[in-house]
Design a protein around this ligand. Structure first.
Ligand code: ATP
Length: 340
């Protein structure tokens, strides 16, 4: 498996700058999720890495081998890339073994490699003779991954591979796929618009917006220290409130809180996560505007009294207050600061 290095890559479709000067390193043996809203350029970036599209400037290298740019364009089949698309990737007329063996040399097609791949994606060896229609959607995606990994590719690219699955199958398939990728020591790029999927599965999350890569970081770092207000709101949700810092303590509409990292004294903005907003036990008065109940927890929309701002608190579901009631709120833990 290879380290993937994307340097200054541009690709426009006419006026649309689908990928606009992207720099990204995916270290060997790790999983990077490319996260962003619809149309931000995720699939275009993946297709550039695969070799289905050519960058108009910039370079893409697998280890120190340039595969695109500097006047070179290595065709997809010579890049040794495994590709897992959204769905429908399996050949319906071939059984599981033949699907997995599809990209292997003839001698290996009925070998232990098939059983090894089934084991890797946590499917029983007996599934080898099943047809794709005899598998659930999640099992089909695992077979698609097994097929992508079987020829020992340099890089595995996954384009929203769980988007056709329902919520619970999506989570369990995602975990199984991430385990299989790690077990194979695969270098992988996963495209998703689902922040939970990106944060829970990836070693690194690269956030894209309008063709640009705005931040790439480990999941905890991205959540704790978003680079700007849009990343903060997009990844995990947040209220961004004006504040003043003095001696590592921020003062803002909800009261005072220690700041994360070193921040110079003066005006700033604080990022307040929903789980940092505590209801009850004194604090600032607020009116409950709306409650979204999810069972294990609830999102409570609050208007600070007398005239805002609006915040969201995430509280245990059964402790959520009623809409229209008045409560006291305060902030817990450290807050992250952004430039004012
Ligand atoms: N073949 C094409 N011809 C013209 N424009 C294209 C083409 N492919 C993509 N685009 C445009 O480039 C931009 C980025 O598209 P892309 O498919 O990379 O986004 P995405 O983030 O993967 O979106 P989604 O999550 O909806 O799949 C969009 O504005 C899209 O309309």
């Amino acid at each position: 498996m290879s380290t993937v290095s994307v340097r200054g890559v541009h690709h426009a479709f006419g006026e649309v700058r689908a990928v606009d000067g992207v720099d990204l390193v995916v270290p060997q043996g790790s999983l990077t999720a490319v996260l962003g809203p619809s149309g931000c350029g995720k699939t275009t970036l993946l297709r550039l890495i695969a070799g289905f599209l050519q960058p108009q400037s910039g370079t893409i290298a697998f280890d120190d081998r340039v595969v695109a740019g500097e006047g070179r364009s290595v065709p997809p089949q010579e890049r040794r890339v495994g590709y897992v698309p959204q769905e429908g990737a399996l050949f319906p007329h071939l059984d599981v073994a033949a699907n997995i063996g599809f990209g292997l040399p003839r001698a290996e097609r009925r070998s232990d490699r098939i059983t090894e791949m089934l084991d890797l994606v946590e499917l029983p060896a007996a599934y080898a003779s099943r047809g794709p229609h005899e598998l659930s959607g999640g099992q089909q995606q695992r077979v698609a991954l097994a097929r992508a990994l079987a020829p020992r590719p340099s890089v595995v690219l996954l384009d929203e591979p769980f988007s056709s699955l329902d919520a619970s199958l999506r989570a369990s398939t995602g975990r199984a796929v991430a385990r299989a990728l790690h077990a194979a020591d695969a270098t992988a790029v996963l495209v998703t618009h689902d922040q939970d999927e990106a944060l829970s599965l990836a070693d690194q999350v690269a956030v894209m917006r309008s063709g640009r890569l705005v931040q790439a970081a480990r999941p905890r770092e991205l959540y704790r220290s978003p680079g700007d207000a849009d990343v903060a709101r997009f990844v995990g949700g947040a209220a961004i409130l004006p504040a003043t810092v003095a001696g590592d303590v921020a003062t803002f509409a909800l009261g005072r809180a220690p700041v994360h990292g070193h921040v110079a004294d003066g005006p700033t903005q604080v990022v307040v996560r929903p789980e940092q907003v505590a209801i009850g036990d004194g604090g600032h008065d607020a009116r409950v505007d709306e409650v979204s109940f999810y069972g294990h927890d609830a999102a409570v929309r609050l208007d600070l009294l007398p005239d805002g701002p609006t915040l969201v608190a995430r509280v245990p579901g059964l402790l959520a207050p009623e809409p229209g009631s008045e409560v006291a709120v305060r902030v817990t833990g450290e807050v992250h600061c952004l430039p004012a």
